[in-house]
Design a protein. Structure first.
Length: 280
């Protein structure tokens, strides 16, 4: 990897759903090789990322053995800063116990949320989990924390990271376990802070973009399985093995530009030719 520009690159992975070695998620899919492939793809990016953030559902049941397996799978990232955020499949307290070296995880009492800098970007990680439930919520304490952090970030480019997206996706069975409390309040807060460049989310195992509070809220694909694209309100819950990927959020000093990157090995790149002549 090389640093070929002055831009700042934040890689977003999400929803790896890691089980213990040899165990299958949903009894059908070994998610570990998919995350290993995604980590390799991150390391093969032509521009070196400044940090990686994983927006929840790190593991499938939040068990210590799963987090140990996750740590092993992420270890090739070396000294690259990695920021972890819980999803509804995680156990926030076990996450803290399993990654004591990640000081940013240890604050704010009941909630795993934090503020970190990635170059000029301020990244605010917001905990949307409800222990024991699949849906998400933002209570007044979490929203007040966000408001205080945004008040100290005036004039800085801010990225807010969270697991449950704060908008309806029109995938009915996922919206039933979406952010069921606090989305309207969150949107009002975001609307008061135009320096929020993006809200990046997981949970949906798909790439979705929506205008929200005057900015863009988006979800990213999983490195393994994806939620089936079916917008019929009563469509059954289903996942599939569409091509996996991750997002690269690039700050160029003026705005945040998001790219969807493929996870895996592909031939190329090859220079374009026309009538036998190289096109510059």
């Amino acid at each position: 990897m090389t640093r070929e520009s002055s831009s700042t690159f934040l890689v977003q992975l999400t929803d790896p759903h890691i089980r213990e070695p040899g165990r299958l998620a949903y009894g059908r899919i070994d998610t570990a090789p998919y995350l290993r492939r995604a980590v390799h793809s991150v390391l093969e990016l032509r521009q070196a990322p400044d940090a990686v953030i994983i927006t929840g559902d790190l593991c499938d049941f939040g068990r210590s053995a799963e987090y140990a397996h996750l740590a092993e799978l992420l270890s090739p990232l070396g000294q690259l800063p990695v920021y972890l955020l819980p999803g509804n499949h995680d156990d926030g307290m076990q996450l803290r116990r399993s990654f004591p070296q990640h000081a940013y995880l240890q604050g704010d009492g009941d909630f795993v949320q934090y503020s970190v800098r990635v170059g000029p970007l301020r990244v605010l990680a917001l905990d949307t989990t409800v222990p024991g439930h699949s849906h998400g919520a933002l209570c007044q304490r979490r929203l007040q924390w966000l408001e205080r952090e945004l008040a100290t970030s005036t004039g800085e480019p801010v990225v807010i990271a969270m697991h449950h997206p704060p908008f309806r996706t029109l995938i009915g069975h996922m919206d039933k376990i979406g952010l069921l409390q606090g989305s309207a309040e969150l949107e009002a807060i975001i609307a008061r802070h135009p320096n929020v460049q993006r809200i990046i989310c997981g949970h949906l195992h798909r790439t979705i973009d929506v205008r929200f509070g005057g900015t863009i809220a988006s979800t990213a694909p999983s490195p393994a399985h994806q939620v089936a694209l079916d917008l019929q309100p009563d469509a059954p819950s289903a996942w599939m093995l569409e091509p996996p990927g991750f997002c690269v959020h690039a700050w160029d000093g003026l705005r945040l530009v998001t790219h969807l990157a493929a996870s895996g090995q592909f031939e190329g790149p090859y220079p374009f030719h026309e009538n036998g002549a190289l096109i510059d």
